[in-house]
Design a protein around this ligand. Structure first.
Ligand SMILES: Nc1nc2c(ncn2[C@@H]2O[C@H](COP(=O)(O)OP(=O)(O)O)[C@@H](O)[C@H]2O)c(=O)[nH]1
Ligand SMILES: [Mg+2]
Length: 332
């Protein structure tokens, strides 16, 4: 047993007790454990999660997506501060695959959310970014549950709306918010198709200075577009709003809207129904995640995959034949 093992790992009971007494250090360590790529860690994390599960769920889970630069992090900082001023306990998980590529070098990137990070009633944590194994949903969900057990009652998940991750985030939150900026012409440029249709609200950020009237115009356009969508089975009519994350205007209205949503969908049973559906999804995600991982970690596959992949790339083996060969190899 190495020194680092003794220093960084605790017993299941220690993790559980630490989380339930709202100890942030233990919360952080448990999230690290859940995000670990080591099989032993995952086993331990699963047991911790099993034990804290009865203490989860008492929160509103909000997903926020939008292109890089839309102001998501700035918005979450303002929004989060507003919520802590209302005595809410706010946990923020950020999934930002782009920051891995650019290493956070996007100009003015506010990923760190310094003010909120220093708030005693907030917890900000960059989550494992999306790997090819679809780790986003598996691990982010677990991190979210750990935060809930540690007493956080507003969960915010920030994700970039240009990749895969926003679809999986949509499947783990109660309310899905799309943050946009006003732009002439093709406003949806850069945003993945279909996101507008699944958003519970579109918020046009940077409605400040010279930009206010453009933002208002944009809001009306989205309002009209959203009205054309057929009514959801949750009876919620998706809304369009404006705000300035920087000047902290319109932030309260966003929270009021989310409270309205929660009230409506709790009363009509949708809130609970959606969570039940998401729970089943979690089961499938976990199964597929493990199968995927097991496949890629299989010794025979590890050995032959690069070669087979190369042959498929060069057109020497048809993809479908290669898949059959690999599956046979895996099942041998
Ligand atoms: N004028 C204005 N700028 C903003 C506002 N919100 C964010 N920004 C700026 O937009 C840039 C990107 O913000 P950031 O929060 O990092 O965007 P993210 O990539 O979506 O998380 C930064 O330079 C922010 O200061 C806003 O409400 N008004
Ligand atoms: Mg950001």
């Amino acid at each position: 047993m190495s020194y680092s093992f003794r220093r960084n790992r605790h017993s299941i009971q220690e993790y559980v007790d630490g989380i339930l007494r709202e100890d942030r250090v233990m919360l952080s360590k448990a999230i690290t454990l859940a995000e670990s790529k080591l099989v032993n860690d995952n086993g331990l994390a699963e047991k911790v999660i099993e034990r804290i599960l009865p203490f989860t769920g008492d929160s509103i889970r909000i997903g926020i997506t939008g292109v890089p630069g839309a102001g998501k992090s700035t918005f979450i900082e303002s929004f989060g501060k507003h919520l802590t001023s209302l005595d809410k306990k706010v946990a923020v998980l950020t999934i930002d695959p782009s920051s891995q590529l650019t290493q956070g070098s996007i100009l003015g990137d506010k990923t760190r959310m310094e003010q909120l990070s220093n708030d005693a009633n907030a917890f900000v944590r960059p989550s494992a970014s999306g790997d090819k194994l679809g780790g986003v949903h598996a691990k982010t969900r677990e991190a979210m549950l750990l935060c809930e057990a540690a007493g956080f009652n507003v969960m915010i998940i920030e994700t970039v709306g240009v990749g895969q991750s926003e679809t999986s985030v949509k499947n783990m939150v109660d309310f899905f918010l799309l943050l946009l900026i006003a732009g002439g012409g093709d406003e949806l440029q850069g945003i993945k198709r279909g996101i507008v249709e699944v958003a519970d609200a579109i918020v046009i950020n940077k409605a400040d200075g010279d930009n206010i009237s453009r933002a208002e115009l944009s809001k009306r356009e989205y309002q009209n577009a959203l009205h054309l969508l057929s009514a959801n089975d949750n009876k919620w009519q998706p809304k369009a709003l404006t705000c300035s994350a920087m000047k902290q205007t319109g932030i309260e209205d966003v929270w009021k809207m989310i409270c309205d949503y929660q009230q409506l969908t709790s009363a009509n049973g949708y809130f609970k129904k959606q969570r039940e559906k998401q729970n089943t999804q979690w089961m499938y995600d976990t199964v597929f995640y493990h199968l995927h991982q097991r496949f890629l970690q299989n010794e025979k596959i590890k050995k032959d995959l690069p070669d087979i992949e190369q042959k498929v790339r060069l057109g020497e083996i048809p993809a479908i034949d290669a898949a059959r060969i690999l599956l046979e190899m895996y099942h041998q």
